[in-house]
Design a protein around this ligand. Structure first.
Ligand SMILES: Nc1ncnc2c1ncn2[C@@H]1O[C@H](COP(=O)(O)OP(=O)(O)OP(=O)(O)O)[C@@H](O)[C@H]1O
Ligand SMILES: [Mg+2]
Length: 367
């Protein structure tokens, strides 16, 4: 059996949305590059990345508002090239809600069923179900400008869910809300997705939102998926320097593998010597080392295998954690955080930095 046959069988049985070598260019500008994703049924998958990396373009191609320059998009195993957006069993929620301002909440939610000429009773029943679902009972006669941001967002979600799409595409749906409301809506949306069992493809540039809501995250950078994995894997085992730097806080060093013993690499960097766990690396290889601020340890005495010396900077109290940094000899700074201030050290002290090599991540440099 050839590889392509295996791929197509897998796609058809396991995934509800499949992107195979999907590319998109606007003129000479190639904004989505050879993208491959298999989105599983019932999954909450997030496209995460900085502004302009191609998230919205990817979503619009799945929805059918934008045509791929090359490659194949399948929904439920069937190529959707020739299908109009409304024929695709997917629905979209946009950041700006896109509600009809002159229509009531009821009519906004009912819209998709009305244009399909459904019976009046059926429409009323379905809209009531949706109002229940998004907790907007009693608001059916209001116009959008009589609603709060969070309420408008719920109307937009109800409107997108009314014709039972298999997949809901959400493009920064909470972007217009203030932080507190956004956190609340994150919990609501996640609950809703679990309850309905619908596949969500969610776009955000907010890494915390992605980490808390998603089953899997596709981290995008300049039109390429750098890593597609669970939030825990993305956070603990970033595959690329970009992912390590984009998700959470990290200290990233560039260095050379000097020796390898029992899967632990001795790495020489400009700042000094350090240890990191890593498989598949060789002596002499140039790599990145990423270490989270919470895993940094300090000692007054030298620690075997490490030679990172510097002076402690100001302690900054941030509620439950204390953040500080150490100025290293090569003029770089290493961030570290604690749940409580280290009693043994004070600002200005000279310290030796070290960590458990298993907590650091060795990352391949790009070819
Ligand atoms: N219709 C278009 N014509 C030309 N270029 C476009 C068009 N739509 C998007 N682009 C370009 O494609 C790139 C990706 O845009 P896209 O909207 O997908 O980014 P994004 O990841 O959603 O960013 P943001 O987080 O800012 O919403 C950008 O450089 C953008 O300027
Ligand atoms: Mg966008």
């Amino acid at each position: 059996m050839s590889d392509s046959v295996v791929t197509s069988i897998m796609s058809d049985s396991d995934s509800i949305v499949t992107l195979i070598d999907v590319e998109k260019s606007f003129g000479k500008n190639n904004v989505v590059k050879k993208m491959n994703i298999e989105i599983k049924e019932g999954e909450f998958l997030t496209l995460l990345g900085p502004s302009g990396c191609g998230k919205t373009t990817t979503l619009r191609m799945i929805a059918g508002f934008e045509e791929a320059s090359s490659g194949t998009i399948k929904v439920q195993g069937v190529s959707v090239e020739d299908k109009e957006p409304f024929e695709r069993d997917v629905n979209t929620v946009f950041q700006n809600y896109a509600l009809f301002p002159h229509m009531t909440v009821f009519d906004n939610i009912a819209y998709a069923l009305k244009i399909r000429k459904k019976a009046k009773d059926e429409i009323t029943n379905r809209v009531n179900e949706m109002l229940d679902l998004v907790q907007l009972k009693g608001y059916e006669n209001r116009k959008p400008d009589e609603l709060s941001g969070g309420q408008k967002q719920r109307v937009a979600i109800a409107r997108a869910l009314i014709n039972n799409p298999k997949v809901l595409l959400l493009d920064e749906p909470l972007g217009a809300l203030d932080l507190k409301l956004r956190k609340q809506m994150q919990v609501e949306l996640k609950r809703l997705q679990k309850k309905l069992g619908i596949t969500f493809v969610y776009v955000t540039h907010d890494q915390e939102e992605a980490l808390t809501m998603s089953d899997r995250i596709a981290v995008m950078n300049e039109g390429v998926i750098e890593q597609l994995a669970t939030p825990m894997e993305i956070y603990n085992r970033p595959l690329t320097k970009f992912v390590a730097g984009f998700i959470g806080e990290s200290n990233i060093f560039d260095g050379n593998v000097e020796a390898i013993h029992d899967g632990i690499l001795d790495v020489e960097t400009r700042a000094g010597t350090m240890k990191v766990k890593g498989n598949g690396f060789y002596v002499g290889e140039r790599i990145h080392v990423s270490i989270r601020p919470e895993y940094i340890k300090v000692s007054a005495d030298p620690v075997k295998g490490f030679n990172l010396v510097g002076n402690i900077n100001d302690f900054i109290y941030m509620g439950t954690v204390v953040k500080t940094s150490v100025d290293l000899n090569d003029n770089t700074e290493i961030k570290y955080s604690r749940f409580e201030k280290d009693e043994d050290f004070k600002e200005g002290d000279s310290v030796n930095i070290y960590w458990n090599p298993e907590k650091a991540v060795a990352i391949k440099t790009k070819m």
